[in-house]
Design a binder for this molecule. Structure first.
Ligand SMILES: [Fe+2]
Ligand SMILES: [Fe+2]
Length: 209
């Protein structure tokens, strides 16, 4: 379903029936070469994981290419942009607006580019926090994003262990490698943890004997 008016930062987005190409052309037109490089690396990491794990390449590649589409939206405008797109926002989303760019990207992908594959939209939405009960594709895109980390990433202590495990560990174990690190390090990093992330971590962590 097309919307009449996209938020201004997405005005240059054009739907041609090839959403992956549309995202690429948009990021180039928006002069976001760093974001395009990052999402391309996430797509490559995602396809490598998908081949090993027998997951579909098409949804993984599209979700990876589109997950940071909202990099064009300044953090100061991410909540108003989300509201303009009709994205529901929880109190936690409003308190930690950094995570909302996933839901904004998914809304733009659906409304402007006509993508209606729930697997793709959920993987884009939850690439920032994951969630309890996440599908394999959601987990895969979450992990691929952390493997091919964003150029703006400020802490990468998890990366050597995640990189070393990428060709052998299960998806839940790869997610937990990152989540264990972020839960352990968040006080020192000054990061607030979103309830979705905590719920994902708890769901993936075996109970202590
Ligand atoms: Fe992101
Ligand atoms: Fe990313």
């Amino acid at each position: 379903m097309a919307v009449n008016l996209l938020p201004a930062c997405f005005a240059a987005l054009r739907a041609t029936g090839d959403p992956r190409g549309d995202v690429r052309r948009f990021l180039l037109a928006a002069e976001r070469p760093d974001t395009l490089r990052h999402v391309s690396r996430v797509a490559a990491a995602g396809r490598r994981l998908a081949r090993r794990l027998g997951l579909p390449l098409g949804p993984v590649t599209l979700a990876a290419m589109a997950h940071d589409l909202a990099a064009v939206t300044p953090l100061s405008r991410i909540l108003t942009t989300a509201e303009a797109l009709g994205v529901p926002l929880s109190a936690a989303d409003r308190a930690i607006p950094q995570v909302v760019h996933g839901a904004v990207a998914a809304a733009v992908l659906r409304q402007a580019l006509g993508v209606d594959d729930a697997e793709v939209l959920n993987a884009v939405t939850y690439h920032t926090t994951l969630r309890a009960g996440a599908s394999a594709v959601e987990q895969l895109v979450f992990v691929a994003d952390k493997l091919a980390y964003d150029p703006t990433a400020t802490a990468l202590g998890y990366h050597p262990a995640l990189w070393a495990a990428r060709d052998t560990a299960s998806l839940p174990d790869l997610c937990r490698l990152y989540l264990d690190w972020v839960v352990r390090e968040c006080p020192a990093l000054g990061w607030r943890l979103h309830p979705h992330l905590l719920a994902a971590w708890q769901a993936l962590t075996p109970p202590r004997a």
